[in-house]
Design a binder for this molecule. Structure first.
Ligand SMILES: C[S@@+](CC[C@H](N)C(=O)[O-])C[C@H]1O[C@@H](n2cnc3c(N)ncnc32)[C@H](O)[C@@H]1O
Length: 470
């Protein structure tokens, strides 16, 4: 469905909630009703969520339309506003999809994702007051219907159960429900849904981060020096066509002077998965830099360029966010033989007892940051993969320093866009509460250690490889 640009990700709408006009919402609801008549679901789907299939389809189609529109706004326009135009693009995409493939797969996927959200809530909290469950407040805050029928169906199917405590009714998973949750979780993981969701949330968080550059400059000590070093190491010469990956808002491209290195006859194509970042970068172009630089949205794993297009590739602090083998394969494809890829990226940190661990203890306790920086690659990771894609390569580990004394920025950056992205796999309410807990703890830690005591060594790795082709 991603290939068709159809997205079932209603949580994406939460970033857009205030930006959706009532008229567009009403129009999409009307379209959803129209689709319900045109593309009714098949019998087995409705029962899963306890709805007669008619009302299930209406809300499924509405949420799919809205999340597709939110996705398109983020990815294509880098904005949070859902316009009439974008909502009509979402409508045509879904209409085309349903006409080609029918309704049963997409409705089953919708039901599976919603059930996974329900079960994830119960799995995380152990038990949840019935009123909270049916309101969806803690895990599906975008809904304007109740989950009563869904609850009844799941109780009847033996997946959830009611327990009474102090006169209040709570819902919890049964043993079968827990097993089904694990099974759904594994399915969604294997299908790449969870990874894709993490990437979408991160891209939308980067899109929302208007003050990214200020946060980065404040917290990454000497980031400007590292950007200069990257350019020195890259060997870029005038006349080259250079691809930059994960360019953010153009700090390496423009401020550090990559545009200057390629000279008048050269070109920089600077890309980033977050359209918001790209839009901010474009706003910085001037009459001198614009002729040499093109900013374009693109995921590094899927580059919209022909083979052998570039003489060199660079990227600063982006590789640790990506699927590294896919990115290396794409770099090899789009780069001419002998072209060099140069980058600096973060490495996972060995667990150390320091102010940061004390601060992020609630995250560590939940096993969300096993190595204290979950998705960051280990020191041996890139050298192990690189040989398959590059003729010769060098890796050099360095110790960078992060100043983490600006508490709210750190929580926002680390937890929402940075390396603790697994937080995104928590139920909505748990994630929001955890952010607040982390901010409160951060201020307590600053009180204890002082701003000066909140510097931390973050190992990083320089990598340079030469593209090898037959
Ligand atoms: C820490 S910022 C670095 C930005 C810039 N290179 C700099 O020096 O300031 C990481 C950037 O990588 C981008 N990014 C994350 N995952 C990506 C992916 N899969 N493909 C391309 N860019 C990605 C983010 O949107 C973000 O702008």
């Amino acid at each position: 469905m991603m290939q068709e640009d159809i997205v079932i990700a209603p949580w994406l709408m939460m970033n857009n909630a205030e930006q959706l006009s009532n008229r567009i919402k009403a129009d999409l609801q009307e379209t959803a009703r129209e689709f319900t008549a045109l593309f009714p679901g098949e019998a087995p789907v409705g029962w899963i969520l306890g709805e007669d299939s008619h009302s299930l389809e209406a809300r499924a189609y509405f949420e799919i339309l809205l999340s597709t529109a939110a996705y398109l706004s983020h990815m294509r326009l880098g904005t949070l506003v859902i316009t009439e135009e974008i909502s009509s693009v979402a409508t045509s995409l879904l209409r085309r999809y349903l006409s080609s493939y029918g309704s049963s797969f997409i409705l089953s996927m919708y039901a599976c994702i919603m059930l996974h959200l329900d079960a994830q809530l119960l799995h995380y909290y152990g038990k949840v007051p019935e009123g909270i469950f049916v309101s969806g407040e803690w895990h599906r805050p975008w809904i304007d219907y109740t989950l009563e029928k869904e609850l009844e169906a799941c109780v009847k199917a033996g997946l959830f159960q009611r327990i009474a405590e102090n006169g209040e009714s709570f819902i919890q998973l049964t043993v079968e429900g827990e097993a089904l949750f694990q099974q759904y979780h594994d399915h969604l993981k294997q299908a790449g849904y969870l990874k894709q969701r993490e990437q979408l949330i991160r891209a939308s968080n980067f899109t929302n981060m208007e003050d990214y550059e200020a946060i980065m400059t404040q917290s990454f000590v000497n980031i400007r020096g590292y950007r200069r070093q990257l350019l020195e190491r890259s060997g870029i010469r005038p006349g080259m066509k250079v691809l930059e990956l994960g360019c953010g808002c153009g700090a390496l491209t423009l401020d550090a002077g990559l545009w200057r290195l390629v000279g008048e006859s050269g070109k920089v194509v600077a890309t980033d998965i977050s359209v918001g970042m790209i839009e901010r970068a474009k706003r910085k172009l001037t009459s001198r830099t614009a002729p040499r630089v093109d900013f374009q949205p693109a995921a590094a794993e899927n580059l919209p360029f022909p083979d052998n297009e570039f003489d060199a590739v660079v990227g600063m602090m982006f590789l640790h966010f990506t699927d590294i083998p896919k990115v290396f394969a794409e770099i090899r494809r789009v780069t001419k033989a002998g072209g060099k890829f140069t980058t600096l990226f973060g490495l996972s940190v060995p667990v150390q007892k320091d102010f940061f661990m004390e601060w992020f203890q609630p995250v560590v306790e939940q096993g969300l940051a096993e190595d204290n920086s979950a998705p960051l690659p280990k020191e041996s990771c890139v050298p192990t993969i690189a040989g398959q894609y590059f003729r010769d390569f060098t890796c050099e580990t360095v110790e960078t320093v992060f100043d983490l004394s600006k508490v709210e920025n750190v929580v926002r950056f680390v937890a929402q866009a940075g390396t603790l992205a697994d937080l995104n796999s928590l139920p909505w309410k748990a994630r929001e509460s955890l952010f607040q807990v982390l901010i409160d703890r951060g201020y307590a830690i600053r009180g204890k250690y002082g701003a000066e005591g909140m510097k931390r060594i973050q190992p990083a790795q320089w990598f340079q490889g030469t593209v090898d082709k037959p």
